[in-house]
Write a protein that binds this ligand. Structure first.
Ligand SMILES: [Zn+2]
Length: 224
């Protein structure tokens, strides 16, 4: 999970929908704006270009019309993560990735070893309920909960995550290759920087690889 800035003001159709008795939050332009704001990534698992898109209510909308049609409460999410989040009420109180101060990628540590069949290691770095609940949710998303279907979905997600981390690791090895000339090194550096942007897949994991390595941190600290 990484920070995403939400466009303001809200898409114009939402005000009109709020004036109706049974307005819809999925009115013209909403999902397109969410796609742009969240860089076409599920905000929870950071999978890019998800094939199943859910407009998620960050805070549960149960019976609350204002929350249901509140632009700041609408998030871009994949089906796997939306279902996982809905399963437990503690997930109503998690860090908000659209508020920079919530520090969603620095108050939680994201790791996975680049070997097949590895589980993701999600560590809460603070003992506050929001941080603990967010880490709990991320652990469920990446490593699966008790149902067979969720285990398979999580394993498929990790397979995509592992491929991306392996690719990123190869770039870091290339960057460290002394046989590269300065132009080649700059080119590799540029690609690594793109991988550290919020628009990249699984950015939180990549940023932690840099944070955990003093040498790399010196080269890329302004991008994490
Ligand atoms: Zn997801």
């Amino acid at each position: 999970m990484v920070y995403h800035e939400k466009t303001q003001p809200e898409p114009p159709c939402l005000a009109a929908e709020r004036a109706k008795k049974k307005g819809t939050y999925n009115c013209e332009g909403v999902v397109t704006q969410l796609k742009a704001d969240f860089k076409n990534k599920c905000y929870i698992c950071e999978q890019k270009e998800p094939t199943s898109i859910n407009i998620e209510h960050f805070k549960s909308r149960k019976g609350d019309k204002n929350l249901r049609l509140d632009w700041n409460n609408l998030f871009y999410c994949c089906g796997h993560c939306n279902n996982t989040k809905l399963a437990k009420t503690i997930y109503d109180s998690i860090l908000n990735c659209t508020i920079k101060e919530h520090g969603v990628d620095t108050r939680i540590k994201y790791e996975i070893k680049p070997f097949p069949k590895e589980k993701a290691l999600i560590t809460a770095l603070e003992d506050t309920p929001e941080v603990q609940n967010t880490a709990h949710l991320l652990n469920a998303v990446y490593n699966g909960i008790d149902t067979e279907q969720k285990q398979i979905e999580a394993a498929n997600l990790r397979s995509d995550l592992l491929k991306e981390i392996k690719l990123f690791g190869d770039l870091l090895f290339d960057f460290d290759d002394d046989t590269l000339d300065s132009d080649e090194k700059e080119r590799v550096k540029g690609i690594i920087i793109r991988h550290l942007r919020s628009s990249s897949k699984f950015t939180a994991f990549k940023r932690w690889i840099i944070r955990d390595n003093e040498v790399l941190k010196a080269d890329f600290k302004e991008y994490i």
